[in-house]
Every structure is written in structure tokens, then in C-alpha cells.
Design a protein around this ligand. Structure first.
Ligand code: FBP
Length: 243
């Protein structure tokens, strides 16, 4: 099993469930294409759901650490956000994963269920020596602006208090508050989430500002594998992250 570094660039590919094939084209519809990109660009970790991992991730051949995402939901679901656990820490170990991931939608009517599931997963994973990554996303009727610095900082702190090793967060809409986001997360390493496709200049600007404020890396999906030059784009982001 590859060890998960706590900084770097992670390539996310859980969109088949979260958004559906509408995010894909003839190339990136295949997990094999994603694993090839990850390998060529030497990303620091690959994020998959169990279907892609079981069919395409061979831990003996792929030298990229796997983060198995343990919960998810589709775009077809409506109502207050709720991402349910669909696989286990045990399955992650079987698949040779180096870490597990889980999304919490803070502020949702169903927050209490995700908190309970995450709590169990975090303790089990840590007892087996696996780091835990939280997608910490305030979302639901009560969240008016999920990019406000207060809300992003709260998501950072909540991840720390829940025992996450890494927290994946949205970019707050005030650059000057990036420091406070990092301070709020305390010992939890902060990673920037990608979002919809941006031009390369834009995304690199965000990464630069986040890294100089103390972020540890980026977990990115569409901005890479929807691009015509995915390997170069990862390398450019890696250069920024690694200084
Ligand atoms: P992107 O870089 O493509 O935004 O991927 C990051 C991610 O967190 C994925 O892991 C996840 O599928 C997606 O964003 C969820 O995005 P949203 O919650 O906005 O639908």
C-alpha cells in the first residue's frame, strides 16, 4: 500500500456518481484514462469510488496512493443534501487504499447522520493507520453563501474537531481571509477544491494565493481531466504547490 502524503495534488474522479456522465467525454468516461493521467503526471493521490477502484485500480501496479471515497449521492437526488456511506473502511483496505474520504454537508437537515457516520469511519480508519480526508461542504437551506470566509473557516474548524487529517474546502471569496481558514483548521491540512472548469490562469492564481497562505495542496478533478492537456496542467499546479 502506498502511503498518503499530506500535501500535494490529488486527482478526484468521483463525478460519475456525483454528477453523472454529463461531466465526461469519450476519453475521460474511462477510469483507465484517469489512471493513465495520474501516473504520467505523478499525482500525489487518486480519489475513486469503489466501482472504478475495483475494476481499474491495481495497487500492485499503480504507484499512486488511492483515497477511497466512502460516501456519495447523485445529482438526481433533491432535498436537503445527504451523502450516505456506500462502502467501508474494510473494503478500502482490501482495495489497497492509502486513505479514506467522506463528504459532510454542514448545515443540512441531515448533518447529524453524516457526523455520526464520519465519526465511526474516522475512528476505524485511524485504528488501522489510514488517514481520513473530509470534503467539508456547508450546504443546504440554511447556508446562504458557502464561499463566505466565515463559512469556509467554520468548515475548516469542524473538520479539525472531527479528527480529519486533510480537509478539502472551497476557495473563500476574500483572499485576505485565506490565512484565517488555515488557522481555523489547526493541525488538519487544508486542500483547495477544484470546481467547474476555469482557465489555467485563473486556477493557478487561486492555487498560488492558497499555498502562500498555508494551504497544503489541491484536490482537483474537472479542471484537469476535462482539459486538452491534463498532464501539463497537473504539472503546473504541482510546481506551484511544491514551491
Ligand atoms: P472538481 O475539481 O471537479 O470540482 O472535483 C472536486 C469535487 O469535490 C469532487 O470530488 C466531487 O465530485 C465534486 O467536486 C462535487 O462537486 P459539487 O459538490 O459542486 O457537485
Amino acid at each position: 500500500m502506498e502511503k498518503l502524503p499530506l500535501h500535494g495534488v490529488f486527482l478526484a474522479y468521483d463525478h460519475g456518481l456525483e454528477h453523472g456522465p454529463t461531466d465526461f467525454n469519450e476519453l475521460n468516461v474511462s477510469p483507465k484514462y484517469i489512471i493513465d493521467i495520474a501516473t504520467k503526471a505523478e499525482v500525489d493521490a487518486l480519489i475513486l469510488l469503489k466501482g472504478s477502484a475495483r475494476n481499474y485500480y491495481d495497487s500492485k501496479k499503480v504507484n499512486i496512493p488511492l483515497i477511497l471515497k466512502l460516501n456519495g449521492k447523485t445529482r438526481l437526488y433533491s432535498g436537503e443534501p445527504f451523502s450516505t456511506q456506500n462502502t467501508s473502511v474494510e473494503e478500502a483496505v482490501k482495495l489497497g487504499a492509502a486513505a479514506v474520504g467522506y463528504t459532510v454537508y454542514w448545515g443540512s437537515k441531515y448533518e447529524k447522520f453524516m457526523v455520526r457516520e464520519f465519526g465511526r469511519i474516522e475512528e476505524e480508519a485511524h485504528s488501522l493507520g489510514l488517514p481520513v480526508v473530509m470534503w467539508s461542504y456547508p450546504r443546504g437551506k440554511t447556508i446562504k453563501d458557502d464561499e463566505s470566509p466565515e463559512i469556509v473557516s467554520y468548515a475548516a474548524r469542524a473538520a479539525f474537531e472531527m479528527g480529519a487529517d486533510i480537509v478539502k474546502l472551497k476557495y473563500p471569496d476574500e483572499d485576505s481571509k485565506l490565512d484565517w481558514v488555515v488557522k481555523s483548521a489547526d493541525k488538519t491540512k487544508v486542500f483547495l477544491a477544484g470546481g467547474k472548469k476555469l482557465d489555467s490562469l485563473n486556477i493557478e492564481q487561486h492555487v498560488k494565493k492558497a499555498i502562500s497562505a498555508g494551504f497544503s495542496g489541491m484536490a482537483v478533478g474537472r479542471n484537469i481531466w476535462q482539459s486538452d492537456n491534463p498532464v501539463e496542467r497537473i504539472k503546473a499546479i504541482k510546481d506551484i504547490v511544491n514551491g
